[in-house]
Design a protein around this ligand. Structure first.
Ligand SMILES: [Zn+2]
Ligand SMILES: [Zn+2]
Length: 335
């Protein structure tokens, strides 16, 4: 596996806003060393909100729902609530996140990838967003190129523009609730907001760094993606990343019996409650990917190719790679 490349992308200006915000979160997490602010209820809150914002907000909503359209949620407004929960992870707005991730899939471990460990492990983990490649600055043009389906949704655009508001509200709610219920608002603020956010951030970043470096590969893909159990553990199944690169629209990332995927379990539970449908699931042992409604991998692949061609024709000067799982056309017709 290559660890170096001669590629040196042109960097945009230093992203001071995100750097200051991330530094604030990391410094805030150091308050966990103050024993007076430790409570068991604060630790439980940390774990619950880690799952809610990281597992449900990022893994399930930002990634499997918004980026790859692996399933649908009902009623329609639920998508926006889940997206706002994703914002609480402090990983930026949904449209920018999706655009970056689709670009990652289109150019995985190639020079145009926004975060490949071939440019250095630290770069793939977190430095990439500090001095972003000049071609991946979050402009309306970038959004329209990589996430046109999300960009045309006015509600998603509003949530994207106000994404910082949601983690701030969650942090304030942690403090107020901590004061009210256990008389220690700082404990719930430190553990439910600062520590939890930093843990979610690094868990997500490990998918970009560790699961393109260490682990096993079940499928031949044109990138360095791997399956890594300990990353899967802290990312609710996202660590089965080689599976994901091989079957990008599959709502299930864990494909072998030992590959526990709690995000997929959550999606299935939602479907039992009538909150999710059209769940696409890869069946690699049959060398085909099917959805729960019976759409084959071949038809998905053909629809993707057609969509790439169609969207390309509709959007002049827009180079939409075929590797993007264009959402609308991947919807199973037999739902
Ligand atoms: Zn990847
Ligand atoms: Zn993905």
């Amino acid at each position: 596996m290559s660890t170096n490349t001669a590629h040196v992308p042109q960097r945009a200006e230093i992203a001071w806003g995100p750097i200051v915000w991330m530094a604030f979160l990391h410094l805030g997490a150091l308050m966990a060393f103050n024993a007076g602010w430790f409570t068991w209820s604060g630790l439980v809150l940390c774990l619950v909100l880690h799952w809610l914002t990281g597992g449900i907000g990022i893994c399930m909503t930002y990634h499997r729902l918004l980026t790859h359209s692996s399933f649908k949620v009902h009623p329609g407004w639920l998508k926006y609530v889940l997206t706002a929960i994703g914002c609480c992870a402090s990983e930026g707005g949904p449209i920018g996140w999706v655009a970056d991730h689709r670009r990652h899939h289109a150019h995985s471990d190639e020079p145009e990838d926004v975060h490949s460990p071939r440019d250095g492990f630290g770069w793939a983990h977190m430095f990439w967003w500090m001095t972003p490649d000049i071609t991946s600055v979050h402009s309306p043009e970038y959004y329209k190129r990589w996430a046109p389906d999300l960009y045309k949704d006015k509600v998603l655009r509003f949530i994207d523009a106000t994404h910082l508001l949601y983690p701030l509200l969650m942090g304030a709610a942690c403090y107020v609730a901590g004061e009210y219920f256990v008389g220690n608002g700082m404990s719930w603020l430190v553990w439910g907001f600062f520590v939890r956010t930093v843990l979610v951030l690094h868990a997500t970043w490990l998918v970009n760094s560790a699961t393109h470096r260490w682990g096993y590969r079940s499928h031949e893909t044109r990138d360095d993606s791997t399956n890594l159990w300990w990353v899967a553990l802290v990312t609710y199944g996202e660590g089965w990343h080689n599976n994901h690169h091989a079957y990008q629209t599959s709502a299930a990332h864990g494909l072998d019996w030992w590959e526990i995927d709690t995000t997929y379990i959550a999606i299935k539970l939602m479907s039992y409650l009538g909150l999710a449908s059209d769940i696409k699931v890869a069946k690699p042992e049959k060398k085909t990917a099917v959805t729960t409604s019976g759409v084959s991998a071949a038809s998905i692949a053909e629809a993707t190719r057609n969509a790439a061609t169609t969207v390309k024709a509709d959007l002049p000067n827009v180079e939409l790679p075929g590797a993007i799982d264009t959402p609308d056309v991947l919807t199973p017709t037999g739902a």
